[in-house]
Design a protein around this ligand. Structure first.
Ligand code: GP9
Ligand code: MN
Length: 428
């Protein structure tokens, strides 16, 4: 309703953060890659098995002098998993308390997504994925988001052994994706969704090149093997970008979509982290995923701000120098100077640099349970963070379930017409 929309606009009036002047427009006109690392958690960075780095190529990228890396960046997905991550990254809206925005609303709702915005600024836009196009209703949702092209599994040569689990093996997928990348008019925005590092972490013998972990938990121990394979695929892709020259004129954004090891595996998680047991706070910290931005000339380093997937779109828009003062987005630019660092999880818990709330317990930033020892001042600050968390989640749900964006168009934005797009593969 219009009063719900007013709630949203009022919230944004006081909660929009200012771009950081030293980053605004730094990536103007660059090609953009969004490289989606399936089920990839932050703890894998610099993790070793038997003295061997699990992800040497991603590690190198993480600490490259031209990579801005975030080490307090959290996934914020719910049941919609990958689709929630995509929804947050390209719309700055949360997934739903249950189900998936893309599945339930992707076809019918109005969106003002990043691909559509970039299209209207002269970009060509494409998504790449080696699974069937209908998974998570991508083939319809991407039209609503304004993607010009969606290269789903129909676009790649298939052979026996080319696929495992949900789709084409990453190396084979990425190699074949390059023929389409090369045809995209520049500047382009390309989202590349990998899939091999997906539960239950199966991989053919010949691609296993690091030992499994030895927690004894069957579903956990293969994780480093598929992560290692993903890392090799990533390394090959980066080499391709360097050879083709794209590495130097692109902003390359790399992120992990969500956990690979669920909280049902506490004992194994403790072993992987070298701890005797894990608390709920440890498990919350275990939800960190990589977020890295690489670009020639960008001053890299590790940024410690607390943030999550909801914050990616405003961050990228500011880097791209796109006006973002009247869009409806619930995150804030990770590079803003005075940004609010409360990270909302989809279940209403939150983490922050000071206090975090998991279930009924409040923790300080060392992981100590402090509910019963908070001062009045601290209690007040915890309550404020909780209120903010509840607010952004409920506003997001109102926007999605009420299709509120159909009542509001940011200045200069042209409504997306789904009929403009057709992703069906036709030979020749
Ligand atoms: C399938 C893939 C997996 O196409 O993106 O989705 P997930 O199971 O991780 O949500
Ligand atoms: Mn996923």
């Amino acid at each position: 309703s219009s009063s719900d929309l007013n709630d949203v606009l009022n919230y944004l009036k006081t909660n929009r953060s200012e771009p950081n002047v030293s980053y605004f427009g730094k990536a103007k006109g660059k090609n953009v890659f969004i490289f989606h690392l399936e089920s990839f958690q932050q703890f894998l960075i610099n993790y070793k098995v038997d003295g061997q780095e699990v992800t040497p190529n991603i590690n190198k990228f993480f600490s490259d002098t031209n990579t801005l890396s975030f080490d307090n960046f959290f996934h914020q997905v719910g049941q919609g998993k990958t689709s929630d991550a995509e929804t947050m990254l390209e719309n700055s809206l949360f997934g739903l308390p249950s189900g998936s925005v893309m599945t339930s609303y992707g076809t019918s709702n109005t969106f003002q997504a990043l691909p559509a915005i970039l299209d209207q600024h002269g970009y060509s836009t494409a998504a790449f994925h080696g699974d069937v196009g209908s998974f998570w209703n991508r083939d319809n949702t991407y039209k609503s988001w304004g993607y010009q092209y969606f290269f789903d599994d129909d676009y790649y040569k298939q052979k026996t052994n080319y696929s495992v689990g949900y789709g084409l093996k990453d190396k084979i997928f990425l190699k074949q994706a390059t023929q389409y990348i090369e045809q995209l008019p520049q500047p382009f925005y390309a989202k590349i969704i990998t899939v091999t590092n997906h539960y239950p972490y199966e991989l053919d013998k010949q691609n296993q090149s690091i030992p499994k972990t030895t927690t004894g938990d069957q579903t956990v121990d293969g994780y480093v093997q598929t992560a290692h394979y993903l890392d090799q695929a990533f390394g090959e892709f980066i080499n391709y970008l360097k050879k083709s020259g794209l590495y130097n004129n692109s902003m390359i954004v790399v992120y992990g979509d969500h956990y690979g090891i669920s909280n049902n595996h506490k004992k194994a998680i403790a072993q992987l982290l070298g701890k005797s047991s894990v608390s709920n706070y440890d498990l919350a910290m275990f939800q960190k995923v990589p977020f890295m931005i690489h670009m020639n000339g960008l001053e890299g380093g590790i940024n410690h701000t607390y943030g999550g997937e909801i914050d990616v779109m405003p961050t990228l828009m500011d880097l791209l120098g796109l006006k973002n003062t009247d869009t409806i987005q619930l995150g804030n630019d990770l590079l803003s100077v005075n940004r609010n660092q409360t990270v909302a999880f989809r279940d209403g818990n939150f983490v922050s640099p000071t206090f975090s709330k998991i279930g009924n317990q409040v923790y300080d930033n060392k992981g100590k349970a402090v509910s019963s020892s908070l001062t009045a001042q601290q209690k007040k600050s915890v309550n404020e963070m909780q209120a903010r968390t509840d607010k952004v989640l409920s506003l997001s749900d109102k926007i999605v379930t009420g299709d509120l964006l159909r009542f509001y168009t940011p200045s200069g934005f042209k409504k997306v017409n789904k009929k403009d797009y057709d992703y069906k593969y036709t030979d020749g």
